[in-house]
Ligand binder design. Structure first.
Ligand code: UD1
Length: 417
């Protein structure tokens, strides 16, 4: 088991370079099998979610070559075999193989995906989308068999603007006969990145990034080269850490527009920020005002930054509120923040934070990926040593977190126990 130890209360300055987006990468890797030719993807983060998807590609006999932040995927000799539970349970996004295999072979067999326990996380909208395209779905003891004689275009309205369902339907529809329209589609930047990748391979997708996406089916897809966009959640996490402990901390290689909702909130509470074309420079302020946030689909405040942002709210004067509207179980970090000295109560889907409170290091748990990021942010601020267990969750989504933070002055290490 790995544990992380942080000696907090140190000023952080220097530059942190943001890696490629996890949530784009985890869709781009399965999407690459839709062609029979080679796809080169660069700016791929070295995180364990990437490793887990490459392990699935290996199982499917896909040739994968990885070299410093690039990945070359060649599915020429690929076999469409069942994806075993030991692979699918490693991450939620393994479900993108359902859409990709269905799109390519008209058949996908895999187990229910895993991932962070932040809510019920059903996949009904994905499955309804596949059915609308002409597939049948059988579910036998957690195993899904999705197949079609032929996939045809359809008009699909998503009851919820789900990121996963939008991408999965795109993957299944890209080679279907005729035109598919997804209404109430999710608008997250990662969806645009995946649509661009597919279009680079010869797909005909328009409207990605808006709530109506049109996919005109094509027969074949060809080789391509593609770059993953910067990770807006990783960027947001380090920007929040900058507001907690930074002295001119530069968070570099970002698309500031992708973190607009966070930057607005930071300005509202009184953070000192310089926003450049592809960076943000941030310093800790002496006093912060309290605020309220409500998580929403993009471009609203991202649920994935709610947990790290709550740490910052412990340093704001007065009463702040966080309302989580996307996931029903995303306050598991709160008891640990209280153990560190925060004053937070949770009622229904709202956390009330009274601040400012002094945080002091203790033992805490990374209950899920972004709760883990919150623990890191809290540990960097807290006086004394914070020990975080279940670090595996953090390593699923943050490339070289120890190295990046050490390079700006943090005292942080991971050790095996
Ligand atoms: C993606 C992100 C995750 C982020 C989330 C919301 C990836 C790999 N993960 O997750 O980091 O927190 O978007 O921004 O990109 N829902 C259904 N039925 C479905 C699908 C979703 O009811 O078939 C519900 C979910 O339970 C949730 C909401 O819709 O309440 C949003 O989920 P969704 O956008 O699908 O999230 P993910 O794609 O799983």
């Amino acid at each position: 088991m790995k544990i992380m130890e942080i000696e907090g209360n140190r000023e952080l300055s220097g530059t942190i370079r943001i890696s490629g987006a996890k949530n784009a990468t985890v869709a781009l890797i399965p999407a690459a099998i839709l062609t029979d030719e080679e796809a080169t993807i660069c700016n791929v983060p070295e995180i364990t979610d990437t490793d887990a998807l490459c392990a699935i590609l290996n199982e499917l006999n896909v040739d994968v070559k990885r070299a410093s932040e690039s990945i070359i995927i060649n599915p020429k000799s690929m076999k469409n075999i069942e994806i075993a539970e030991k692979f699918s349970k490693k991450l939620r996004a393994s479900y993108y193989f359902m859409g990709a295999l269905l799109g390519k072979y008209k058949k996908a067999v895999m187990y229910f995906p895993g991932g962070c326990s932040i809510g019920a996380r059903p996949i009904d909208l994905h499955l309804k989308g596949f059915e609308a395209l002409g597939a049948t779905v059988k579910n036998e003891k957690n195993k899904y068999i999705v197949e079609a004689k032929e996939l045809h275009g359809a008009n699909i309205y998503l009851d919820i603007a789900s990121v996963g369902a939008t991408i999965n339907i795109m993957l299944a529809a890209v080679k279907a006969k005729g035109t598919t329209v997804i209404d109430n589609a999710a608008k997250e930047p990662e969806i645009v990145n995946v649509a661009t990748f597919l279009n680079n391979m010869g797909a005909r997708i328009s409207g990605a990034g808006t709530s109506t996406i049109k996919i005109e089916g094509v027969e074949t897809l060809h080789k391509c080269f593609h770059e993953v966009i910067p990770d807006r959640i990783e960027a947001g996490t380090y920007i929040i850490i900058g507001a907690l402990c930074g002295k001119n901390l530069k968070v570099d290689n970002i698309i500031p527009e992708h973190v607009d909702s966070l930057l607005s909130k930071l300005e509202e509470i009184g953070t000192e920020l310089e926003v450049g074309t592809d960076y943000v420079i941030i310093s800790k302020s002496d006093t912060y005002k309290s605020t309220t946030i409500k998580t929403l689909v993009y471009p609203g405040f991202p649920t994935d930054l709610q947990q790290p942002f709550t740490v910052l709210l412990t340093q704001c004067n007065g009463k702040s509120k966080v309302t989580e509207t996307i996931w029903e179980n995303r306050f598991m970090h709160i008891p640990y923040l209280n153990d560190l000295g925060a004053d937070i109560t949770v009622k229904n889907q709202t956390a009330t934070i009274i601040g400012p409170t002094k945080l002091t290091g203790t033992s805490v748990v990374a209950t899920d990926l972004r709760a883990g990021a919150a623990m890191v942010a809290a540990g960097l601020l807290a006086e004394g040593t914070t020990t975080i267990t279940n670090v595996e969750h953090i390593l699923r989504g943050y490339e070289q977190i120890v190295e990046k933070l050490t390079s700006v002055g943090a005292k942080i290490k991971i050790r095996e126990i």
